[in-house]
Design a protein around this ligand. Structure first.
Ligand code: FE
Length: 246
């Protein structure tokens, strides 16, 4: 069963991870969803696919009233990211959805109207949420051609979408990376194949190296903490991507 776990708590400012679902059907990739709460209001990052909506909704409801979610942030357009949109909108038609301008006429195929979407320009956007200013950080071509991460400078937390993702075996299902060298073997094949551009990768590494990041939270796999964040950035900078290998 999926469950919501607190990964950052500073009074009225909290992050929850809804991570890992050993009970989900084996034919869908496992995903992590994240909720940032400020002044009681929620913003949900990459809410996931239709298939897992009931599991996400019930895990979230155990910790937080989903009626207080105002907005959704979609890192990109994939089905495991945002195909649950119409179900969320059925629950609350007033929800806003932040996504790249590039996808703002594609994602409505999953639901929503012109009033739903807030397009993020290529350079990024400051998103005011409760008392927070969250930053949409460009990560284009990593892997989607219009792709954003979400940075919370107060929590020093980067929601990193597919970057940092790892396809973990069931016996390595902890919420956090505990042994970087062991963990990263489960990330290598994914990054080589899914990340499309070496130039974009190096741009991203440079951009995020300037941010203070205590927690780097990917959409699949485990959360990187402390020194493992820079360790990951260095590893990624060195990795050859965008080349099909047999
Ligand atoms: Fe994706």
């Amino acid at each position: 069963m999926k469950r919501a776990q607190i990964i950052f708590d500073d009074g009225g400012h909290r992050w929850l991870a809804i991570a890992r679902d050993p009970d989900k059907p084996g034919y869908v990739i496992d995903t992590n969803e994240y909720l940032v709460i400020s002044d009681g209001r929620g913003l949900l990052c990459d809410p996931g696919g239709m298939e897992i909506f009931p599991a996400v909704f019930s895990a979230l409801s155990a910790e937080y009233d989903p009626a207080n979610i105002d907005a959704i942030f979609a890192s990109h357009q994939d089905p495991d990211i945002i195909s649950s949109l119409s179900l969320w909108l059925e629950f609350n038609p007033a929800l806003k959805c932040y996504c790249s301008w590039l996808w703002s006429s594609f994602i409505p195929h999953f639901g929503g109207g012109p009033e739903t979407f807030v397009s993020i320009p290529d350079d990024g956007l400051d998103i005011i949420h409760g008392r927070l200013t969250l930053e949409a950080i460009p990560a284009h071509y990593l892997h989607s051609s219009g792709n954003f991460h979400l940075y919370d400078p107060k929590a020093e937390l980067l929601f990193s979408g597919d970057i940092g993702a790892a396809l973990l075996p069931p016996d390595e299902a902890g919420l956090y990376v505990e042994d970087f060298d062991r963990h990263i073997r489960h990330a290598e094949g994914f990054h080589r194949r899914w990340m499309g551009s070496d130039k974009a990768k190096l741009d991203w590494c440079e951009r995020v190296s300037k941010l203070k990041i205590e927690l780097m939270c990917p959409q699949h796999g485990a959360i990187y903490r402390g020194a493992d964040v820079q360790r990951f950035i260095n590893w990624f900078a060195e990795l050859e991507v965008g080349v099909l290998r047999s």
